[in-house]
Design a protein around this ligand. Structure first.
Ligand code: HEM
Length: 215
């Protein structure tokens, strides 16, 4: 199947941002403030991959292109991969494991609190992303848990909005994309509910499956 052939290429493309950072690292291209540069690029890509992962279900529903669903987990896991790099930069390069300072920073600076919340919420999602975990939790419970990805994305956007001293266009664009994705989800939910009313023989499970409940 073509998905199998394309997947490794998509996987490789998702590694390009990391590759660029490594390349810049070796060629002295990380600017005068490398820690800030790495933090910003890994933060950007965390948010981008989160939004891409969240866009898969609405796109699949709009286009009817079922194969898109096969990429959702990969994008979600790449969001987690980049947030791990983002947080590791903060933990190791920025604070060098000074846990007391880190604790104070997370408590005192609201944008760090928001970012940390997003990061913590993504951990159970990454840990339960395997087929085995889906089976163990059961589809309905797994889908409910994975709705946390929306809260993580909100936390990520708020983190960005709060960290910029003057609100610029970029965080607002991310916020707008997230709002559209929420709107699409609401729309599908309402459509599924209407379908349930029109055809009561459909079980709520069928309708939830039609709506692609986990993002
Ligand atoms: C879902 C989780 C997170 C997302 C989506 C995220 C995203 C972002 C984004 C988009 C930026 C700005 C990039 C730019 O200006 O181009 C950023 C910056 C930053 N993030 Fe995060 N982040 C997350 C979690 C965290 C965590 C857990 C920490 C540390 C505890 C953290 C610390 C920072 C710091 C220190 C900056 C730079 C702030 C500055 O330049 O003043 N982030 N992050």
């Amino acid at each position: 199947m073509w998905v199998r052939r394309v997947k490794p290429w998509v996987f490789a493309a998702c590694l390009i941002p990391l590759g660029l950072l490594v390349w810049r690292g070796f060629t002295g291209g990380l600017t005068a403030n490398p820690i800030e540069y790495i933090t910003h690029r890994t933060g950007d890509w965390t948010l981008r991959f989160l939004l891409i992962a969240l866009a898969i279900t609405p796109l699949r529903r709009l286009t009817g292109w079922a194969a898109l669903a096969s990429f959702r987990r990969m994008f979600g896991l790449f969001a987690f991969f980049y947030v791990m790099l983002h947080f590791s930069t903060y933990l190791v390069l920025d604070f060098f494991f000074a846990f007391d300072l880190i604790f104070n920073d997370i408590v005192e600076r609201r944008y760090v609190t928001a970012g940390f919340t997003g990061f913590v919420l993504l951990i159970p999602l990454a840990l339960t992303s395997t087929k085995r975990m889906i089976r163990r939790l059961g589809g309905a419970r797994w889908r409910r848990l994975h709705r946390l990805v929306y809260v993580a994305a909100i936390a990520g956007v708020v983190h960005y909005l709060w960290l910029v001293k003057i609100v610029t266009l970029t965080p607002l664009v991310y916020a707008a994309i997230l709002a559209v994705l929420f709107g699409a989800r609401l729309w599908f939910w309402l459509a599924a509910r209407a379908a349930r009313v029109m055809s009561p023989t459909k079980t709520s499970g069928d309708v939830a499956a039609d709506a692609g409940s986990a993002g």
